[in-house]
Design a protein around this ligand. Structure first.
Ligand code: ZN
Ligand code: ZN
Length: 159
């Protein structure tokens, strides 16, 4: 299915179930795998996972569209548009949307995973930063082939 058809679909669902027009963009995003859809508070646009459509069909996808439209309309009406908000829960139940998806707060980008560990070479002191816990016995220093030690890095703030 193409974006243009999705756009028309979302506009139709919006009018039919919310009685309000959808005035922004709805597009497919093939990178959405763990979530069925996303609503962007900054642009007001909606993204839907094409995998969802392929795996679960139009009925389930329409539930996701409804879910995203709950975020959309409540956000535009300046009401509680987050999953935990009563407004959201009520509207979602009313239109029969699915509970699952991910809303991204304004302008939020996925942050890169921080380095939590470092491997330190016992011989030459070279440090290697690691994001995941690593077994130092499985590696050797890239410079001198020396033995490595694992340290956990401390973080002052995790923003
Ligand atoms: Zn959501
Ligand atoms: Zn070394």
């Amino acid at each position: 299915m193409q974006d243009q058809l999705l756009q028309e679909w979302v506009e139709r669902v919006s009018l039919q179930f919310f009685g309000l027009p959808f005035r922004h963009r709805a597009t497919f995003n093939g990178r959405l795998k763990s979530t069925g859809g996303r609503y962007f508070t900054k642009s007001h646009n909606i993204e839907i996972s094409p995998h969802q459509l392929r795996n679960f069909g139009e009925e389930e996808t329409e539930k996701i569209i409804k879910h995203e439209l709950c975020h959309y309309h409540l956000h535009i009406m300046k009401r509680g548009y987050n999953h935990r908000d009563e407004d959201f829960k009520r509207l979602l139940a009313q239109v029969g949307g699915t509970r699952f998806c991910k809303a991204l707060p304004a302008g939020e980008k996925r942050k890169p995973e921080p380095y939590r560990f470092k491997l330190l070479c016992k011989s030459c002191g070279t440090e290697y930063l690691r994001k995941r816990k690593t077994d130092p016995r499985r590696y050797a220093c890239g410079k001198c082939r020396g033995q490595l030690l694992l340290y956990k890095l401390d973080f002052i703030s995790k923003t």
